[in-house]
Ligand binder design. Structure first.
Ligand code: ZN
Length: 303
């Protein structure tokens, strides 16, 4: 009778065995309730911080905040853990205003709301103030080609300048396990051994003025999205409006390379099998080309 009742009410949480399971955790495939998910998600990040000795008491820490899901969850979780475990950190939100109409102006509104919601002081550094140009003006001059490369280099410097103005000891970014996996693949493709060896480090730039840390190094992107969704966190999600046509061109080229040779393979397997395998390869290559674009141009610098 009790067993039937349990089945009717849905599967119970694998961890607490009391509440109804609300999700299947991507990292462990366990079916757990929301409360247990929040607990294990936050605890894992706390353990990463402790084991890697990311922070020392009294340090000033800037959180690179773009208004996107990763940096929003990072700001929320870090301020919670700082309170709960008495890290003794002074946390700040640091944003870069590239001057991209319809993208950064909207996402900065999200960061300004986060400043109030999480009670963290916000510093915004703009390309216009630092370099005398907005990204919109740069695109007008050079067009969309290579604009992401310029923007990425400027943004990295802008973050360093902002961190120096805030006089912080470290800068933390929302890079997650998926971002790091993409960067590893890309550095293998580029044959960049030096970058390959350092791209998985949890802290980089220790010899420079301001080291950077990635507390989400072991956190899956899917879980960050789930956490933001269940917690109803206020974040911004839109592709950049100056996204280069390079990305679309790459995909078209890949499509031609795959479809043409496949027409020559008439003797191998059935058409149906070929259709399925071509689509599978195409799907994989399209995701890889999307990753290449993001890693090269935008997200490896700032998420
Ligand atoms: Zn539970």
């Amino acid at each position: 009778m009790a067993e039937n009742h349990k089945k009717a009410a849905g599967r119970l949480c694998y961890l607490c065995n009391q509440r109804r399971a609300a999700l299947k955790r991507p990292k462990t495939l366990e079916q757990i309730c929301r409360e247990c998910f929040y607990e294990v998600f936050e605890e894992e990040i706390h353990q990463v911080i402790v084991k890697n000795q990311l922070f020392k008491p009294g340090e000033r820490i800037a959180i690179g905040a773009s208004g996107g899901k990763d940096s929003t969850v990072l700001a929320y979780v870090l301020s919670e853990l700082n309170r709960r475990h008495n890290y003794g950190l002074d946390l700040f939100l640091l944003s870069v205003d590239e001057g991209i109409t319809g993208y950064r102006d909207d996402s900065l509104e999200t960061v300004k709301r986060n400043e109030i919601q999480y009670g963290l002081p916000l510093k915004i550094v703009s390309y216009k103030d630092l370099y005398g140009w907005t990204m919109d003006e740069i695109v007008k001059m050079i067009g969309l080609k290579n604009n992401c490369t310029f923007c990425g280099v400027f943004r990295r410097q802008a973050l360093d300048r902002g961190a120096a103005l805030l006089k912080v000891d470290k800068l933390v970014t929302g890079h997650n396990a998926d971002d790091i996996a993409e960067t590893v693949l890309l550095n293998i493709l580029r044959g960049d051994i030096a970058r390959l060896s350092r791209c998985t480090s949890i802290t980089t730039g220790e010899d420079g003025p301001i080291p950077r840390c990635k507390p989400f190094k072991y956190t899956y992107e899917k879980e960050i999205v789930m956490y933001a969704y269940f917690k109803r966190l206020d974040y911004f999600s839109t592709e950049c409006t100056t996204l280069s046509p390079f990305f679309l061109g790459c995909n078209l080229l890949l499509f031609c390379f795959i479809i043409f040779p496949s027409c020559l393979l008439r003797d191998v397997g059935t058409w149906c099998l070929k259709f399925v395998s071509i689509n599978w390869i195409l799907y994989k290559l399209l995701s890889l080309s999307a990753s290449i674009h993001r890693v090269f141009c935008c997200r490896h610098i700032f998420t």
